[in-house]
Design a protein. Structure first.
Length: 136
Protein backbone atom coordinates (compact mmCIF):
# COMPACT_ATOMS: atom_id res chain seq x y z
CA UNK A 1 0.00 0.00 0.00
CA UNK A 2 1.03 3.59 -0.54
CA UNK A 3 0.44 6.51 1.83
CA UNK A 4 -1.94 7.94 -0.78
CA UNK A 5 -4.35 5.11 0.13
CA UNK A 6 -4.64 6.61 3.64
CA UNK A 7 -7.59 8.95 3.52
CA UNK A 8 -9.74 11.10 5.73
CA UNK A 9 -13.34 9.94 6.03
CA UNK A 10 -16.01 12.46 6.96
CA UNK A 11 -18.79 10.75 8.86
CA UNK A 12 -22.42 11.84 8.56
CA UNK A 13 -23.72 13.98 11.39
CA UNK A 14 -27.10 15.24 12.52
CA UNK A 15 -27.22 18.48 14.47
CA UNK A 16 -30.14 19.99 16.32
CA UNK A 17 -30.76 21.95 19.52
CA UNK A 18 -29.77 18.88 21.59
CA UNK A 19 -26.29 18.62 20.08
CA UNK A 20 -24.61 16.62 17.34
CA UNK A 21 -24.93 12.92 16.61
CA UNK A 22 -22.18 11.42 14.41
CA UNK A 23 -22.50 7.90 13.03
CA UNK A 24 -20.52 5.42 10.98
CA UNK A 25 -21.66 2.15 9.50
CA UNK A 26 -19.41 -0.76 8.51
CA UNK A 27 -19.07 -1.21 4.75
CA UNK A 28 -20.83 2.16 4.26
CA UNK A 29 -18.65 4.82 5.86
CA UNK A 30 -15.96 2.53 7.26
CA UNK A 31 -14.57 0.45 4.36
CA UNK A 32 -14.54 -2.85 6.27
CA UNK A 33 -16.48 -4.96 8.75
CA UNK A 34 -15.59 -3.74 12.25
CA UNK A 35 -14.39 -6.65 14.39
CA UNK A 36 -12.67 -4.73 17.18
CA UNK A 37 -12.52 -1.27 18.66
CA UNK A 38 -10.28 0.23 21.27
CA UNK A 39 -9.47 3.69 22.52
CA UNK A 40 -6.46 5.52 23.88
CA UNK A 41 -6.65 8.28 26.48
CA UNK A 42 -4.57 9.95 29.22
CA UNK A 43 -1.58 9.99 26.88
CA UNK A 44 1.21 11.96 28.61
CA UNK A 45 2.62 15.07 26.93
CA UNK A 46 5.39 14.13 24.53
CA UNK A 47 4.39 10.45 24.30
CA UNK A 48 3.83 8.69 21.00
CA UNK A 49 1.56 5.75 20.24
CA UNK A 50 1.48 3.29 17.37
CA UNK A 51 4.92 3.04 15.84
CA UNK A 52 4.09 -0.18 14.02
CA UNK A 53 2.33 -1.59 10.97
CA UNK A 54 -0.12 -4.43 10.45
CA UNK A 55 0.21 -7.16 7.86
CA UNK A 56 -3.56 -7.66 7.32
CA UNK A 57 -5.59 -5.38 9.59
CA UNK A 58 -7.18 -2.14 8.41
CA UNK A 59 -7.91 0.70 10.86
CA UNK A 60 -9.84 3.93 11.13
CA UNK A 61 -8.55 6.36 13.78
CA UNK A 62 -10.99 8.95 15.17
CA UNK A 63 -10.22 11.80 17.55
CA UNK A 64 -13.19 11.87 19.93
CA UNK A 65 -11.77 14.71 22.03
CA UNK A 66 -8.74 17.00 21.89
CA UNK A 67 -6.33 16.59 19.00
CA UNK A 68 -3.32 14.61 17.84
CA UNK A 69 -1.34 14.02 14.67
CA UNK A 70 -0.85 10.80 12.73
CA UNK A 71 2.20 10.17 10.55
CA UNK A 72 1.72 7.42 7.96
CA UNK A 73 4.68 5.87 6.16
CA UNK A 74 4.74 3.38 3.27
CA UNK A 75 8.49 2.80 3.47
CA UNK A 76 9.22 5.48 0.87
CA UNK A 77 6.86 8.39 1.52
CA UNK A 78 5.33 9.91 4.64
CA UNK A 79 2.21 12.00 5.18
CA UNK A 80 0.99 13.72 8.33
CA UNK A 81 -2.66 14.19 9.27
CA UNK A 82 -4.09 16.32 12.07
CA UNK A 83 -7.11 14.75 13.75
CA UNK A 84 -9.17 17.16 15.85
CA UNK A 85 -12.86 16.46 15.32
CA UNK A 86 -15.03 13.42 16.09
CA UNK A 87 -16.75 13.64 12.70
CA UNK A 88 -13.61 12.72 10.74
CA UNK A 89 -11.58 9.51 10.79
CA UNK A 90 -8.34 8.47 9.14
CA UNK A 91 -8.34 5.22 7.18
CA UNK A 92 -5.05 3.28 7.45
CA UNK A 93 -4.73 0.14 5.28
CA UNK A 94 -2.42 -2.80 5.97
CA UNK A 95 1.36 -2.39 5.56
CA UNK A 96 1.37 1.28 6.47
CA UNK A 97 3.55 2.27 9.43
CA UNK A 98 1.60 4.70 11.59
CA UNK A 99 2.63 6.83 14.56
CA UNK A 100 0.33 8.99 16.68
CA UNK A 101 1.91 12.01 18.34
CA UNK A 102 1.38 15.56 19.62
CA UNK A 103 -1.52 14.56 21.86
CA UNK A 104 -3.21 17.53 23.52
CA UNK A 105 -4.40 17.07 27.13
CA UNK A 106 -7.77 15.32 27.23
CA UNK A 107 -7.36 13.70 23.82
CA UNK A 108 -9.17 10.45 23.12
CA UNK A 109 -8.32 8.31 20.09
CA UNK A 110 -10.90 5.71 19.05
CA UNK A 111 -9.65 2.97 16.71
CA UNK A 112 -11.91 0.75 14.60
CA UNK A 113 -10.19 -2.41 13.36
CA UNK A 114 -11.04 -4.91 10.63
CA UNK A 115 -9.77 -7.90 12.59
CA UNK A 116 -9.42 -9.28 16.09
CA UNK A 117 -6.18 -8.75 18.01
CA UNK A 118 -3.39 -11.02 16.76
CA UNK A 119 0.19 -10.30 17.81
CA UNK A 120 1.45 -12.11 14.67
CA UNK A 121 -0.25 -9.40 12.55
CA UNK A 122 2.07 -6.68 13.91
CA UNK A 123 5.34 -5.45 12.38
CA UNK A 124 6.92 -3.76 15.40
CA UNK A 125 10.43 -3.30 13.98
CA UNK A 126 10.86 -0.78 11.17
CA UNK A 127 13.43 -2.97 9.36
CA UNK A 128 10.94 -5.87 9.39
CA UNK A 129 8.27 -3.52 8.00
CA UNK A 130 10.58 -2.45 5.16
CA UNK A 131 11.21 -6.13 4.37
CA UNK A 132 7.45 -6.79 4.25
CA UNK A 133 6.92 -3.78 1.98
CA UNK A 134 9.68 -4.79 -0.44
CA UNK A 135 8.33 -8.37 -0.58
CA UNK A 136 4.89 -7.34 -1.80
Amino acid sequence: MLVESCKLIEFPSIEDSRGVLVFAEAQQHVPFEIKRLFYIFNTPAGATRGGHAHRRTEHVLICLSGSFDVVVDDGTNKLQFALNTPSVGLYVPPLIWDTELSFRPGSICLVLASDYYDEADYCREYAEFLGQVSAR
